[in-house]
Design a protein around this ligand. Structure first.
Ligand SMILES: [Zn+2]
Length: 80
């Protein structure tokens, strides 16, 4: 669900917090799909527009973290 529909009480010039999300007066393109949104993921300061994009965003973050730890493992293998 799009956050604008999920949180209809969010209003301009007032900052609300929704879990990891904050409503900002400044709209920008969603990091995942490019749709304009006022909602920002507070930990990484990225605009995310919906629950669906939120899921994809965290999938990408975990995939990147898993990739980095697999590189570390390979480097450890080389040492031994
Ligand atoms: Zn989106």
């Amino acid at each position: 669900m799009i956050f604008t529909n999920k949180y209809p009480e969010a209003k301009e010039n007032i900052l609300y917090e929704y879990g990891n999300y904050m409503w900002s007066p400044k709209a920008d393109n969603c990091y995942i799909c490019g749709r304009l949104t006022h909602f920002i993921e507070v930990n990484v300061q990225a605009h995310i527009c919906s629950e669906e994009c939120d899921e994809k965003f965290y999938d990408e973050m975990f995939a990147a973290a898993a990739y980095e730890s697999s590189i570390e493992l390979e480097e450890t293998d080389l040492i031994f």
